[in-house]
Each structure stands twice: as structure tokens, then as C-alpha cells.
Design a protein around this ligand. Structure first.
Ligand code: MYR
Length: 189
């Protein structure tokens, strides 16, 4: 249910903690290379690929959120700011092995950026000339969008900085569009 509860302290878990036991069994390089192979396979025209990656990510995110809530013991967040911190410190760490910085909040507190200095998804990746400008990491923005939708937050997620495109970091912009109240699924008799 949607209720404000106290949050556990946001410590950064280390690889090897019980929280990450199952993740540690997956070889990170295999994951990175697999993603690269999928992108290569999908490549027909750039826009279509970007949409497919986003959709793949969305589908992953809708499942991943359960895994995240089960393993992290995080209580439901009071507001979007808290949710953003949880994703940056715990979500990214759990599934990608890195943390993100939350920054560039707008005045309303409904848009912010996740900045990644390090992004394992792009290890070994070099975009060929024909794919310059491809938003290669769209699977990640899709994951965030899918995961947040499962906790009743409709968002738009876009990349504003991308090291593969020559920027100095990875910056993902998350805009909260709508917070849908959860429906109570049972009828009281
Ligand atoms: C809440 O607002 O109730 C807390 C729920 C936070 C949602 C956490 C979603 C985690 C998504 C994992 C991100 C993976 C990045 C690769």
C-alpha cells in the first residue's frame, strides 16, 4: 500500500553482501556483451532500434521492480525525491553495480537527472560510423520507466548526456508525469 514509512538508511551495499548474492553469479562481461549483440542484431534503422531498446527496458523494469522491493526491504517512499534517491543509491547498485548521482532538480520537484560516471553497459562499446548518435543505453531509461510505472509513477525518461556521443558523463532525465493512486483491489463486503 501507498503509505509514508520511515526509510532505512541509504548505505551503499557492497558486492558480496547477501543483497547481491544472486547478481554476483551472473558474469558482468557476459551481460555487457549480450546486450551489445542484441543491439547489433536489432540494428535496422536507428529510431526503430532506440524504441525497441526502450520497450525491452520497460518490460524488464516492470519485473525488476519486484526483485528490487523484495531484496532491498525499502518501504514505500514518501515522495518522488525519496524514490529518486532510492533508485540512484540502491537500484543502480543492485542491478548495474554502480551508483548514480541525483541532480538538476526542477523547482516543482518533479524532474531530476541521474548522472552516471561509469556505465558498465558500454564497456567494450564503440559505435560504428553508421550508428553515430544511437541512443545505445535506451534499455536503461526503459527500465526506470517500467519500474516506476509499477509503483504508480508515470514518467518520461530521456538521455541528455551520453559519453558514447562525446559527452563527459551519462545523464538520464526523469520527469514525473502523473502519480496514479493505487487501486484497492478488493471489495469490502
Ligand atoms: C517507492 O517509491 O515506493 C520505492 C520504490 C522505488 C522503485 C525502485 C525501482 C528500482 C529500479 C531499478 C533500477 C535499475 C537500474 C538499472
Amino acid at each position: 500500500r501507498w503509505r509514508p514509512l520511515a526509510m532505512p538508511p541509504l548505505t551503499t551495499p557492497k558486492s558480496g553482501d547477501a543483497l547481491f548474492a544472486s547478481v554476483d553469479r551472473v558474469n558482468a562481461e557476459l551481460f555487457t556483451l549480450t546486450y551489445g549483440a542484441i543491439v547489433r542484431q536489432l540494428l535496422t534503422d536507428l529510431e526503430e532500434v532506440e524504441e525497441q531498446l526502450d520497450q525491452m527496458g520497460y518490460n524488464i523494469g516492470t519485473r525488476l521492480v519486484d526483485e528490487f522491493l523484495a531484496k532491498s526491504n525499502v518501504s514505500r517512499c514518501v515522495d518522488f525525491k525519496e524514490t529518486a534517491d532510492v533508485i540512484a543509491k540502491l537500484g543502480f547498485k543492485m542491478f548495474l553495480g554502480v551508483t548514480a548521482t541525483v541532480t538538476n532538480w526542477d523547482a516543482e520537484g518533479t524532474s531530476c537527472s541521474f548522472v552516471l560516471e561509469d556505465n558498465p553497459l558500454v564497456d567494450f562499446v564503440e559505435l560504428p560510423d553508421t550508428c553515430q548518435g544511437l541512443q545505445y543505453c535506451n534499455v536503461l531509461s526503459g527500465v526506470i520507466r517500467g519500474a516506476l510505472e509499477m509503483v504508480s509513477m508515470k514518467t518520461e525518461v530521456t538521455w541528455v548526456r551520453d559519453m558514447l556521443r562525446g559527452d563527459d558523463a551519462y545523464e538520464m532525465r526523469v520527469k514525473l508525469i502523473k502519480q496514479v493512486p493505487e487501486e484497492y483491489p478488493y471489495k469490502d463486503d
